[in-house]
Design a binder for this molecule. Structure first.
Ligand code: ADP
Ligand code: MG
Length: 250
């Protein structure tokens, strides 16, 4: 499959003409220059994603995966190109608009679950609700619902230390989606999980996407291809579409 075919597959992926992209990235470049070299963390990156898409990005360490996610979340700055996330033009947005984007539209999870150890699962998930202006009871209600959606019913009152690595990552995903955030960005969320827990987490992300969440998940584990709608390999800042067989297509 050549590049054009991959693009066509991407564009024809169960889209109706009325579907509106949630993420549009065009010609995005981010480099680091020193006296001796230029490192391309993102190089002419293009991609479009829609509500419900599971987008998987795999690539070697240093290839630019974290840079891409940080650019989408408005945590890093591109030097060229366009980044549209929801109705926000991220490159033109000021600091306040970018903070609003992260509060209302984009949630992130990382290799380290970043939960508060003294808080229970439901308390951790409910945390963003205060910033979102929800009452304590509404926050708890939404947190319970989100924990159920990631398969953690019955574990709401456990502390992070009383859960497995995979369960903790699910709590992190539930928290990242509080306030009906539409986009989940995962920076190697399976990085410290065993093989079976990794598959479990991919399955959970698939379920969230089937319910309408758009997930962009960076991973070292190429098995995410089995669950994703669209796959890319990142190589030296370039985002290369992958065929269904996982072979390089460009
Ligand atoms: N603040 C920085 N200063 C200089 N180089 C950086 C900085 N941040 C990232 N890089 C470089 O950009 C490239 C991409 O980094 P990153 O996005 O973290 O890759 P990945 O997440 O795939 O490991 C790497 O070569 C890295 O060394
Ligand atoms: Mg990284």
């Amino acid at each position: 499959m050549d590049f054009l075919e991959a693009e066509r597959r991407l564009l024809t992926l169960s889209r109706s003409p009325d579907d509106v992209p949630l993420i549009q990235v065009r010609g995005v470049t981010r480099s680091y220059r020193s006296d001796v070299e230029t490192v391309w963390a993102a190089r002419d990156v293009d991609f479009v994603a829609y509500p419900g898409d599971f987008v998987c990005v795999f690539g070697a360490s240093g290839s630019g995966k974290s840079t891409l996610l940080n650019l989408l979340a408005g945590l890093d700055f591109a030097e060229a190109g366009e980044i549209q996330v929801g109705n926000v033009d991220v490159r033109k947005a000021d600091e306040k608009e970018r903070a609003r984007l992260r509060l209302h539209t984009v949630g992130m999870v990382f290799q380290d679950h970043q939960l508060i150890e003294e808080f229970t699962a439901v308390e951790n998930v409910a945390l963003p609700a205060e910033a979102l202006g929800a009452s304590a009871s509404a926050a708890r209600e939404e947190a319970m619902r989100r924990l159920a959606r990631v398969g953690l019913t019955g574990l709401e009152d456990r502390l992070p230390g009383q859960m497995s690595g995979g369960q903790r990552q699910r709590v992190g995903m539930a928290r990242a989606l509080m306030g009906d955030r539409e986009i989940l960005l995962g920076d190697e969320p399976t990085g410290s999980l065993d093989s079976e827990s990794t598959l479990g987490l991919f399955k959970t992300i698939r379920t969230l996407c089937d319910e309408g969440t758009l997930a962009v998940i960076c991973s070292h584990d190429a098995r995410c291809q089995a669950f994703a709608d669209v796959c890319f390999e990142m190589v030296d800042g370039r985002l290369i579409p992958q065929g269904p067989d996982g072979g390089r297509t460009a």
